[in-house]
Design a protein around this ligand. Structure first.
Ligand code: DSN
Length: 436
């Protein structure tokens, strides 16, 4: 057999050597622009963060190439020695971080981790309870447009109109009436402490499984800045890219061995094929980071910063839903300013403050318009902002909103220019990915 090189190249020129800029200038330009955006604007989207270089490197690693269907030690493919190492490390670190007995680190996303719980515990048509989307719940907790709401029977609970807090008596009454098989606690726009013990009592009374989707607060739980859903909850799910500051992905955690087979089987082969091993590697790195003592400081700082931001917004004339925050996030009600969430998101973006429009409880506007914005402090805290900087951010937001209130959706260009300059000063003082 000839060992002479073929005269037909099996790969295109530069395949082994070119970096992205050489191989694909258009995508490289978009990546460079996105880096500049993350550097130059203040990220206030409560579900976003700035992952470490190490997380990015692991997530962009050669594990991209590897199929590893199955679980460590029981794979359907050869060559999984290092994949097994990575996944085992991720599992062990997740268990240590959250103080539980079992972890599945394969879900590709938040939606898939929650779908896996449904597949493991429920039959189509079964009744479950979750926080209403309009009260800060998540699409996968029973929205009529999501599979959870189409294939199952969701019964929602919400916040009360007076104090905008979850009324646990109402949760108990709804559970007694509908006898759900599963109760979900956790949400995407609820800024108060979750009383997991109270949910446990209700779940026990009606014989329901209790799931906490702690996606938004998992970094706070890891760092001891929010009570843990364990031991109260049967199953805990979390995305890994929010306050936990890992790659975009999901995990499932539990304590009872009886749940191991149904949950693992639901993830693979129930819903997914080969796990994204490069992302599992990124998760392992993020869990290691979150196990360091500095992460506790980070988690507490997120909450301290959120309180400073909420206080500053209130002092500058903006209403915070439920009167404040206990976690990383807050909803700002713009009704009194006669400004929509849509206009505020656009105006703040022009001033280099990035956030998302968000419905407030009992909002009369559509989800595409809304009467509020949602703000969060995890990303700003990662770049080094403290309460002083977040107080300034609150003032800058109020200035932009006042411009919108006076002038309508086009806002006040002078004010927005002046805010942009002060945002730039803050961003330069707290650089993101220096040296990248
Ligand atoms: N889209 C996420 C959030 O922003 O909260 C939840 O999936």
């Amino acid at each position: 057999m000839s060992t002479a090189p073929s005269d037909v190249l099996p790969v295109m020129d530069g395949f082994w050597n070119d970096d992205l800029a050489a191989a694909d200038p258009e995508i490289a330009a978009a990546v460079t622009s996105e880096l500049a955006r993350q550097r130059d604007k203040i990220e206030l989207i409560a579900s976003e963060n700035i992952a470490s270089r190490a997380v990015l490197e692991a997530t962009g690693s050669v594990f991209t190439n590897k199929y590893a269907e199955g679980y460590p030690g029981k794979r359907y493919y050869g060559g999984c020695d290092y994949a097994d190492q990575v996944e085992t490390l991720a599992i062990e670190r997740a268990k240590q971080l959250f103080g539980c007995n079992f972890a599945n680190v394969q879900p590709n996303s938040g939606s898939q981790m929650n779908q896996a719980v449904f597949l493991a515990l429920l039959e189509p048509g079964d009744t479950f309870m979750g926080l209403d989307l309009n009260s800060g719940g998540h699409l996968t907790h029973g929205s009529p447009v999501n599979m959870s709401g189409k294939w199952f029977n969701p019964v929602s609970y919400g916040v009360t109109e007076g104090d905008e807090l979850i009324d646990m008596d109402a949760v108990a009454a709804t559970a007694r009436e509908h006898k759900p098989k599963l109760i979900i606690c956790g949400g995407t726009a609820y800024s108060r402490t979750w009383d997991f013990g109270a949910f446990r009592e209700i779940a026990d009374e009606v014989g329901a499984y209790l799931l906490c989707d702690m996606s938004h607060i998992s970094g706070l739980v890891a760092g001891g800045a929010h009570p843990s859903p364990f031991p109260h909850c049967d199953i805990v799910t979390s995305t890994t890219h929010k306050s936990l500051r890992g790659p975009r992905s999901g995990i499932i955690l539990w304590n009872d061995e009886k749940l191991t087979k149904p949950l693992n089987m639901a993830v693979f082969p129930g819903l997914q094929g080969g796990p994204l091993m490069h992302v599992v590697a990124g998760k392992a790195v993020a869990f290691r980071e979150a196990l360091q003592p500095e992460f506790k400081t980070y988690a507490h700082r997120i909450v301290e910063n959120a309180r400073a931001l909420a206080a500053s917004l209130e002092e500058n004339g903006l209403r915070i839903v439920s009167g404040g925050t206990d976690n990383h996030s807050m909803l700002v009600d713009l009704t009194a300013k006669d400004v929509t969430g849509k206009a505020a998101e656009a105006g703040l973006d022009r001033a280099w403050l990035t956030c998302n429009k968000n419905g407030i409880p009992f909002d009369t506007r559509s989800p595409f318009v809304t009467s509020g914005i949602r703000l969060g402090t995890p990303a700003g805290t990662t770049r080094g902002f403290g309460p002083v900087e977040f107080r300034t951010v609150g003032k800058l937001i109020a200035e932009v909103v006042d411009g919108l209130s006076k002038n309508g959706p086009e806002g006040d260009a002078q004010v927005e220019e002046s805010v942009r300059a002060r945002v730039s000063e803050l961003c330069s003082a707290f650089p993101v990915y220096p040296g990248m």
